[in-house]
Structure formats: structure tokens, C-alpha cells
Ligand binder design. Structure first.
Ligand SMILES: *[C@@H]1O[C@H](CO)[C@@H](O)[C@H](O)[C@H]1NC(C)=O
Ligand SMILES: *[C@@H]1O[C@H](CO)[C@@H](O)[C@H](O)[C@H]1NC(C)=O
Ligand SMILES: *[C@@H]1O[C@H](CO)[C@@H](O)[C@H](O)[C@H]1NC(C)=O
Ligand SMILES: *[C@@H]1O[C@H](CO)[C@@H](O)[C@H](O)[C@H]1NC(C)=O
Ligand SMILES: *[C@@H]1O[C@H](CO)[C@@H](O)[C@H](O)[C@H]1NC(C)=O
Ligand SMILES: *[C@@H]1O[C@H](CO)[C@@H](O)[C@H](O)[C@H]1NC(C)=O
Length: 471
């Protein structure tokens, strides 16, 4: 995930503006948040709109991904992983299984046989630990909500999440710089490798916490516990529970980029609520509370979510990735409301005001803008628009939590049926030595090198840019 790189897609934007220009701004999607039927109907429109950006099952397209990665289209590989997670939740909250088969096909294909650890060689040039983990978190969610299991001869949801965990816990992902922690990128040659950031570590923490709760295996718990301590130790999670973006190993991670993005806080809230629900420990309760408290303060001023690091009052500098973050926050907070019932009421009340605002920014056909505080469709389909609709969809579906019985995440001992494999992912992946290349593969490798170079140069540009606090 490129959490800090701004990429503009003016041509996509102008195309989309053409399509929507004739729609009256005053006319928005109508969803009654007091009616489950109305919410399901609204969610169905939003889901259909979102799925219209997915062409992976069409002839000549790549199964599982959104158009991209740049320059092929606006979306990096990880965002489709996030989208399938959203669709798994869509089914979980609404019961509509229209897209289940698409989600299953996508996750199984992109897991990348034979390793099945979400590191398919196609995406090496933009493969961060966070990118891999967003797919892993979608698989973990599938296990937790008992999403229909894949056929037995295919990798299973729990096994896929374990594969991601195992590859990230392996010694080759860890070193002593900054006292530990994961690098952002997986291949050393990728730009941004020397950035040790919150999102990479928060995702690893999140999957560890969930595997601990699901399988009741202490090893996962200990990794999650240590990873939290590391993030706190380097100051990415501050005493006041502000969550900062990351730092560079050249500076022992002390050059903290203090930009606050909701994806970081959301993944941490979700993981901390899992740890609390699993351990019932006072320290985890304090962390969940502290994070929730600060999150509502920072990201929900007046009860409506803003992407504070880039959705500025006078200008919008959010990139495509960041246009999708609000949905992860709404989903994480709704799950926290289930896992930590004491915070259910304050969470659901802020999610409700935020969702009301989100819906007003969507058109009747499910096309959604981005700045939820505008009280009407703002036309910001810039840098998206899959992320914008994904966020509104997440907001509407999770509001069903209070309107019907929605099962909390299951575990292996409370009804979970997904089969695991503690050793999943141990088949060496892209970092292992490959057999001698054929001529065709060598030509491909040249292209890949060029792609890596391009990414590296892009990253260098970003590193010299003063992004701090999104100023
Ligand atoms: C990798 O790229 C090839 C060529 O475009 C495509 O056929 C294949 O489906 C891709 N695999 C994955 C896992 O994306
Ligand atoms: C790097 O920072 C860690 C704390 O995160 C500290 O324990 C360590 O001593 C520092 N190392 C150097 C070389 O300054
Ligand atoms: C929540 O935040 C308020 C002020 O922002 C503070 O007074 C209160 O102590 C915080 N509660 C927790 C549990 O952190
Ligand atoms: C853990 O989550 C379950 C499911 O929602 C809930 O019933 C239970 O009360 C939670 N445990 C704690 C200690 O809050
Ligand atoms: C889940 O529980 C079953 C029955 O207790 C056990 O056989 C299985 O090994 C467990 N799976 C995992 C992944 O722990
Ligand atoms: C617990 O998880 C660790 C780490 O993946 C694994 O090595 C171990 O075999 C697991 N234990 C059990 C009982 O499944």
C-alpha cells in the first residue's frame, strides 16, 4: 500500500465526471438507518456499484484484482484484497450471497499457488507486508464469519491467514534495525524498504491477535503482544493513543512521520479488541478504550468521519489508497462493538451519524463521493471511485448490527469450520532462488526490474517530500 504517495488519475476522473455530470446534486441515495430492509436495499445498490469496477472474470482480465496496478489502472493490488474483505462482510451482515463466488475465486487465485501465501510473483514490485496482509485479513474474516469454505482440494480460509502470518513471522522478515519490527516492503529492492511503518506492523499484529483468538495458540498471542510493544516502543502509538505513520531505519525510526491515517488506527482497534476479547486482560481493555477514544476525537469530529491526514479543510490531497480507508474504520469499530460490548453504545452512536452523512454523499445509483461532511454528493470520484463506494458500503452494512442478530467472529471452539494448517506458507515464495530462467522469463524479468526501478524512484521522490502532518 502506498500510504503516502499521491497519484492523480485525471483521465479517469474526467471520464467519470462525464458520466455523472447530468445527475442532480441534490438527489442522493435514500437509506433509512432505522429500517433493516432499507439498509439491505441500500447496501445492495452500493455493492452492485462497487462490483461494476471489477472486471477480473472477463476475458483477458486478471482474476481477483481491480484495474491496475498503476500505470495500468488506478488500483494497487492490495485494494482488491480489501474489497473482497468488504464483500465477505457484505454477505455476513446482509445475507446476500450474490458475490460470494466472485470473492472466493478472487481470493483463491490471488493466494498464488503453490505457496498460497498471497505473494504472487506478478505483484512483487509493489508487495509490502501490508499489501500481503490485506488479503490475509480478508481470508481471516472469511474464517471468522464462516464464509462458505472453498472446495477441499483448494486452500482454506484459516490456512491462508496462517500462511500470511507464518511468512511474516519468518526470520527473513525481521532484523535488529529500530529494535525490531517489520519493514514496510517485502523485497529489499523495493522503494520504501527502509521505512518501518505502522501499517505493516499493525496488520501483522491484527492477524496474530485474530489467529490467537481463533485457534487458542499462544504463539500467535505472543507475536501480537510483542508487535504492539514494538509499535509503542518506537513511539508510533503515542501515550495519548495518537497513531503515527512510521519512520526510517537510517534514523533508528526516530524521524517519525506524524501523519495520522485512519487505516492505521482501524487495524489496531480491531486487533486490540480481539486481544481483549481473547485475554480479558486489563491492559488490552485500556488500549481498546484509549484507541477508540482518541479515534473518535481525531477522525470523527462532529460525529462524521474525515480522513484527517489528507482530507484537509481547504484542499484534498488523498490518493487512491486513502480514498478507501473510511470503510475499514467503520468495519473495525463495528467488530470492536461486538468484541468489547461495553463500548457498543458509544461506537454505534458515532457510526450512525457518520453513516447518515456517508449516504448523503452517494447518488441513487450507488456512486459515492468522498467528503462526508458536505451534506450532499460532492462529485469526488477522483482517485477511485471504488474506495469511495467501498467505504459507504461498509458504513451502511455495519449499521445492520443493531437491527438484526449478527454473529460475532467465531473461533475454532465456537462454531468455526475453516480448516487450518499451522505450517501453511512454509513453501518458499518469491524470496527463494528460482530455477534457471528460460528466454521468455528473462524478458519478463527485465520488465519487472524496470517496474521496480520506477517504484524505487517514485519512493525516493516521496521520501524527500515533506509530508509531515499532511501540510
Ligand atoms: C499473473 O499475470 C498473468 C499474465 O497477465 C495472468 O495470466 C495471471 O492470472 C496473473 N496471476 C495472478 C495471481 O495475478
Ligand atoms: C534505537 O531505538 C531503540 C528504541 O526504539 C533504542 O532502544 C536503541 O538504543 C536505539 N539504537 C540506537 C543505535 O540509537
Ligand atoms: C477519553 O478522552 C477524554 C478527552 O479527550 C479524556 O478526558 C478521557 O480520560 C479519555 N478516556 C480514556 C479511557 O482514555
Ligand atoms: C467477547 O465477544 C463475545 C462475542 O460478542 C461477547 O459475547 C463477550 O462478552 C466478549 N467478551 C468480553 C470479555 O467482553
Ligand atoms: C479445531 O478444533 C478441532 C476439534 O477440537 C481440532 O481437531 C482441530 O485441530 C482444531 N483446528 C485448529 C486449527 O486448531
Ligand atoms: C501454534 O502456532 C505455531 C506458529 O505457527 C506453530 O508452530 C505451532 O505448531 C502451533 N501449535 C499448535 C498446537 O497448532
Amino acid at each position: 500500500m502506498l500510504s503516502n504517495m499521491g497519484l492523480a488519475w485525471p483521465f479517469v476522473v474526467s471520464l467519470l465526471l462525464l458520466c455523472t455530470a447530468d445527475q442532480a446534486h441534490g438527489d442522493s441515495l435514500k437509506v433509512d438507518l432505522n429500517s433493516a430492509d432499507s439498509m439491505r436495499a441500500g447496501a445492495k445498490i452500493l455493492a452492485k456499484n462497487l462490483m461494476a469496477y471489477y472486471h477480473g472474470e472477463e476475458y483477458g482480465q486478471t482474476l481477483g484484482i481491480l484495474p491496475g496496478p498503476p500505470p495500468e489502472g488506478p488500483y494497487y493490488w492490495w485494494e482488491a484484497g480489501a474489497m473482497w474483505g468488504t464483500m465477505v462482510d457484505y454477505w455476513h451482515y446482509t445475507g446476500d450471497d450474490t458475490y460470494n463466488q466472485l470473492a472466493t475465486n478472487a481470493m483463491i487465485w490471488q493466494a498464488g499457488a503453490p505457496q498460497n501465501s498471497f505473494m504472487p510473483p506478478n505483484w512483487t514490485a509493489s508487495l509490502g507486508n501490508d499489501d500481503q496482509a490485506f488479503w490475509g485479513m480478508a481470508a481471516m474474516l472469511a474464517a471468522e464469519v464462516n464464509f462458505p469454505n472453498p472446495p477441499e482440494d483448494q486452500p482454506q480460509w484459516l490456512e491462508l491467514a496462517q500462511a500470511v502470518f507464518n511468512t511474516q513471522a519468518a526470520p527473513d522478515r525481521h532484523d535488529e534495525s529500530c529494535n525490531g519490527g517489520l519493514h514496510w516492503q517485502i523485497p529489499i529492492s523495493n522503494g520504501g524498504y527502509n521505512y518501518k511503518n505502522t501499517i505493516a506492523n499493525a496488520c501483522f499484529f491484527n492477524i496474530g491477535a485474530r489467529l490467537a483468538r481463533y485457534t487458542d495458540n499462544q504463539t500467535y498471542h505472543d507475536w501480537a503482544d510483542r508487535t504492539w510493544d514494538w509499535m509503542e516502543g518506537v513511539g508510533y502509538i503515542a501515550d495519548d493513543f495518537n497513531v503515527y505513520d512510521g519512520g526510517n531505519v537510517e534514523k533508528n525510526c526516530t524521524d517519525i512521520n506524524k501523519a495520522q491515517f485512519s487505516a492505521n488506527a482501524a487495524i489496531l482497534i480491531h486487533g486490540a479488541a480481539m486481544m481483549y476479547n481473547y485475554t480479558k486482560a486489563a491492559k488490552w481493555e485500556a488500549r481498546v478504550l484509549g484507541l477508540l477514544n482518541q479515534t473518535i476525537e481525531i477522525f470523527f469530529p462532529n460525529g462524521i468521519m474525515i480522513e484527517r491526514g489528507c482530507e484537509l479543510e481547504d484542499k484534498m490531497i488523498c490518493n487512491t489508497d486513502q480514498h478507501s480507508f473510511k470503510g475499514y474504520m467503520h468495519r473495525a469499530m463495528a467488530t470492536a462493538a461486538q468484541l468489547y460490548p461495553k463500548a457498543h453504545n458509544p461506537i454505534m452512536s458515532v457510526l450512525k451519524t457518520s453513516t447518515e452523512a456517508a449516504v448523503k454523499n452517494c447518488l441513487p445509483d450507488g456512486t459515492c463521493g468522498f467528503r462526508w461532511t458536505t451534506d450532499s454528493y460532492d462529485g469526488d470520484v477522483d482517485n477511485g471511485p471504488a474506495g469511495q463506494v467501498m467505504s459507504a458500503l461498509a458504513a451502511v452494512t455495519t449499521m445492520l448490527l443493531d437491527k438484526q442478530s449478527i454473529g460475532a467472529p467465531v473461533t475454532n471452539s465456537t462454531g468455526g469450520t475453516s480448516k487450518g494448517d499451522p505450517n501453511a506458507g512454509s513453501v518458499p515464495g518469491i524470496l527463494s532462488s528460482a530455477p534457471p530462467a528460460t528466454t521468455g522469463e528473462k524478458a519478463g524479468a527485465g520488465i519487472l526490474t524496470a517496474a521496480i526501478l520506477a517504484v524505487t524512484m517514485g519512493a525516493l521522490g516521496w521520501m524527500t517530500m515533506d509530508f509531515g502532518e499532511g501540510k
